[in-house]
Ligand binder design. Structure first.
Ligand code: FES
Length: 105
């Protein structure tokens, strides 16, 4: 299932947004011109991961609860206290310039 996020012009490099989709919400990131999507739930203790800060220069999101870092490109947990990766979703820019996220099913 394809979910429309916004026009790419509204999600320039270095910006992000959270959309109400999937079981927990989804954070969508423009990291240096490429778009990525991860589940808005930290694997450490279910914090709202995507409401925290992120670093566009490293493509890392920082959990606002206890500070674990994840790579938004892969979902990989980079620092404790998290060690399990977060779910990622396929994100892309459609031919008409709209950012979309593909949800399974
Ligand atoms: S809930 Fe994210 S680091 Fe603890």
């Amino acid at each position: 299932m394809e979910i429309e996020v916004c026009p790419l012009s509204e999600l320039p490099p270095g910006s992000s947004r959270v959309i109400d989709a999937g079981p927990e919400g989804i954070g969508v990131y423009n990291c240096d011109g490429e778009v990525f999507a991860i589940e808005d739930r930290c694997t450490h203790d279910d914090g709202k991961l995507c409401e925290g800060d992120w670093e566009p220069e490293t493509c890392q999101v920082i959990c606002p609860r206890h500070g674990a870092r994840f790579d938004v490109r892969t979902g990989r947990a980079l620092t404790l206290p998290a060690y399990i990766p977060v779910d990622t979703y396929a994100a892309r820019v459609r031919d008409d310039g709209v950012v979309v996220v593909d949800l399974p099913g």
